[in-house]
Design a protein around this ligand. Structure first.
Ligand SMILES: [Zn+2]
Length: 118
C-alpha cells in the first residue's frame, strides 16, 4: 500500500524542465519579448537585462546568448522556448487578422450585387 490514493493524487512536481520554465517565462513576461529581426528575439532574463535568441527560421541552428545555452547548446533553453511560443502566438494573431480581412472582403463582394439589384 502507498499513502497516495486515486482520489487524492500527489500534486504535480514543480516545473523544472526547460520547456516548462520557458512557458512560465512567456506567461509572466511574454509581453516583454521583442521581435528584433527575422527570427531574432530579445527575451527578458530573470536576472535582469535580456538575451538574444535566434530561432533559425531560415535554417541553421537555434541559439541564445544565455549561459545555459552556452553550457548545453544541444538543449532548448527557456528563452528559446519562450521565444518559440511568442512567435507561434504572433503567427496565430496574424492568421486570424488575415482570415477576418478575407471574410470581410468576401462579405463585401457578396453584398455588392445585392446592393446593385435594389
Ligand atoms: Zn537562453
Amino acid at each position: 500500500m502507498t499513502n497516495r490514493s486515486l482520489a487524492h493524487p500527489a500534486p504535480p512536481p514543480p516545473a523544472t524542465t526547460r520547456e516548462q520554465r520557458g512557458l512560465e517565462l512567456y506567461r509572466e513576461r511574454g509581453h516583454e519579448i521583442e521581435h528584433i529581426g527575422k527570427g531574432f528575439y530579445r527575451v527578458p532574463a530573470c536576472s535582469g537585462g535580456s538575451y538574444r535568441v535566434n530561432l533559425a527560421v531560415f535554417g541553421g541552428t537555434e541559439s541564445c546568448s544565455c549561459p545555459d545555452h552556452a553550457r548545453h547548446p544541444e538543449l532548448t533553453c527557456k528563452h528559446l522556448a519562450a521565444a518559440t511560443v511568442a512567435r507561434a502566438k504572433a503567427r496565430m494573431r496574424a492568421r486570424t487578422v488575415q482570415a477576418e480581412r478575407t471574410k470581410a472582403r468576401a462579405s463585401r463582394a457578396s453584398l455588392t450585387p445585392l446592393a446593385v439589384s435594389l
